[in-house]
Design a protein around this ligand. Structure first.
Ligand code: NAG
Ligand code: NAG
Ligand code: NAG
Ligand code: NAG
Length: 313
């Protein structure tokens, strides 16, 4: 009798032990799936930090190569932009996948793509400029002679601050009170009352630009980041609109209404050319940019056709 009792107690203990062992293997498995890494201040507490960080493959000398004319005396923001501001700003977004998604190749291409937009929008280069037309990115940090204050007084969510002017400022220039308001909210900086911060602080200017790159312009739309790194699956409507994953669609996300769907637009070609130029300088090579269809948006229907402005004709 007694021995039977002992055997059944032993059996129960074994079962308990097995159950607890299974439990701990399960826990180990789920932990494995969510493995996160820390790479110091640049990339923290994210699965994206387990691969390279941006400063692993994009260093000061490369930034200097890409933006070699920005500190010349004729540049309009001489002394403003630097590598350190870019990396510091990117640290907020690397844990979300900015420049840290996929293999090193994809990562380098994303940085070249983002900077291609930035370089084109802030360039003061032209056909015969020394160093060529693409050597002049980050020449500006704000619009030089704004023709108006870009205040949409019908926007009650982001009302204009008295006296503030919302002309273009930053690395991907921000215009209009509603855009300053939305980005300020995203970054938790009061840009609605202090739009001038974007031309006073290069780190903040890069943060605003990377924020724009990482966030959809409208709900249920992909971000420029998503369409570039392959996080986005086109819907039937997208396919009908010729919107495919790749660099071309980043222009659709960021500037669709002014650039896309009009064969051979000069501004569109200028953005593409900056991207290709940077791919070369970074040692990736422009041939890695992929086929022409994915590179432009000349055949694409814009995600957000203009007519959004309250004062549209
Ligand atoms: C890390 O790199 C590998 C190979 O380079 C890639 O397949 C993987 O998707 C990357 N991880 C993330 C989170 O992007
Ligand atoms: C510039 O902006 C960054 C990031 O938003 C902030 O941490 C820093 O304090 C700002 N610098 C100055 C001088 O205000
Ligand atoms: C697809 O496009 C049609 C016509 O423009 C529109 O009515 C419909 O809502 C769209 N569907 C989606 C899922 O966006
Ligand atoms: C194309 O690009 C130019 C700037 O080069 C821009 O002003 C214009 O709105 C765009 N659209 C057309 C139809 O040219």
């Amino acid at each position: 009798m007694e021995s039977k009792w002992i055997v059944s107690v032993m059996a129960m203990i074994t079962v308990l032990l097995l159950v607890s062992m299974c439990g701990s293997t399960n826990a180990a498995l789920t932990k494995e799936k969510k493995k996160v890494c820390d790479k110091g201040w640049e990339c923290k507490a994210s699965v994206y930090c387990c691969n390279h960080t941006i400063s692993d493959y994009f260093q000061t000398y490369q930034f200097e190569d890409l933006f070699s004319k920005r500190n010349t005396p004729v540049a309009h923001a001489s002394g403003f932009w630097d590598y350190h501001s870019f990396i510091t700003a990117s640290a907020d977004f690397q844990p979300l996948g900015f420049g840290t998604t996929g293999g090193k190749h994809t990562q380098m291409k994303e940085v070249a793509a983002f900077l291609g937009h930035v370089g084109s929008k802030t360039s003061c280069g032209y056909g015969v400029a020394t160093g060529g037309p693409y050597a002049w990115g980050l020449c500006y940090n704000h619009e030089m002679s704004p023709s108006h204050t870009y205040c949409d007084s019908t926007d009650y969510v982001h009302p204009c601050s008295p006296g503030a002017e919302y002309y273009g400022r930053g690395a991907l220039p921000v215009y209009w009170n509603y855009n300053y308001g939305a980005i300020g909210q995203g970054l938790k900086v009061d840009l609605l009352n202090h739009p001038e911060y974007l031309e006073q602080n290069a780190t903040l200017a890069f943060q605003a630009a990377i924020w724009r790159w990482m966030k959809p312009v409208k709900k249920n739309q992909p971000s420029a980041h998503d369409v570039f790194v392959g996080n986005w699956k086109p819907t039937k409507n997208d396919t009908l609109a010729k919107r495919v994953p790749g660099f071309g669609t980043t222009m659709n996300v960021l500037n669709g209404d002014t650039l896309c769907g009009q064969r051979e637009n000069e501004s569109m070609n200028n953005i593409v050319s900056h991207y290709l130029y940077y791919l070369d300088l970074m040692g990736v090579g422009r041939e890695q940019a992929g086929p022409h269809e994915g590179l432009t948006c000349e055949e694409q229907t814009p995600f957000n056709p203009s007519s959004t402005s309250a004062t549209s004709s």
